[in-house]
Design a protein around this ligand. Structure first.
Ligand code: SF4
Length: 233
């Protein structure tokens, strides 16, 4: 599996896929990537250290993903990340985080601010339609108000290509994301081992009618395949 890549287009940055102890929530109906995890923290650190050794600081801008949330990374990996940010003068670092860990975010921001790194925390919201998100996707975000959800977070991920979504609902989700978050990352759902299946008619509607509206928007990343950032499998 490729765990290091460089994104040269919108918001240029290096990106690493690290391994943590596994997603604590683990209930999202569409997800199987939490399987990239291990409870062996020593082995995780060895793997993560090797991946992080590839970071050059080319853009002084780094994104860390770990098929879960940053608190699921081991302590040594976090120390290594702090050292890399300090030594390579990384000005911006992105982490993923589930809503349930939102109270851990301010302390992390403070820790990285001490080495001069600004954190951008990304939450997988998938949709702002509460019933769809919580009853169908089982996302585990109890809050309905997008402004309140955004309080601790800078960026959000949306998931499209699912039965029930429409051109209007997808545009509404993106516009809501752009209103309350600095950046939006749209992921098109691709078949995996979960019981949810992609809806090709929704993906087609997205590609024909929604994609052209946002393809040039610097605040919107669009991943038609979940490996488009160059990491994962
Ligand atoms: S929070 Fe993320 S990693 Fe965990 S189950 Fe949901 S989508 Fe998967």
């Amino acid at each position: 599996m490729n765990r290091y890549s460089i994104i040269h287009e919108k918001n240029p940055r290096e990106i690493v896929l690290l391994r943590g102890r596994g997603c604590r929530w683990r209930r999202c109906s569409f997800c199987d990537y939490h399987l990239d995890s291990s409870t062996d923290e020593k082995a995780n650190f060895e793997l993560n250290k090797e991946v992080l050794s590839q970071v050059t600081g080319i853009y002084q801008h780094l994104e860390v993903i770990n098929s879960g949330s940053f608190p699921e990374l081991d302590e040594q990996t976090m120390c290594e990340l702090l050292a890399i940010c300090r030594d390579q003068k990384i000005h911006t670092l992105h982490f993923e985080c589930h809503y349930l860990y939102r109270k851990s975010i301010p302390a992390l921001r403070d820790a990285f601010a001490k080495v001069g790194t600004d954190l951008k925390i990304k939450i997988g919201v998938e949709s702002f339609h509460y019933e769809f998100r919580e009853h169908f996707l089982k996302k585990g975000i109890s809050e309905k108000n997008p402004e309140t959800i955004a309080e601790n977070f800078n960026e959000c991920c949306l998931l499209f290509g699912l039965t029930g979504q429409t051109i209007d609902s997808m545009i509404t989700d993106i516009e809501t994301g752009l209103t309350y978050f600095e950046r939006v990352c749209v992921n098109i759902f691709v078949e995996n081992s979960s019981c949810i299946k992609p809806d090709k008619s929704v993906t087609r509607a997205f590609t024909e009618h929604v994609l052209p509206l946002y393809i040039s928007n610097e605040r919107v990343d669009i991943l038609l395949n979940n490996t488009d950032f160059g990491v994962g499998e």
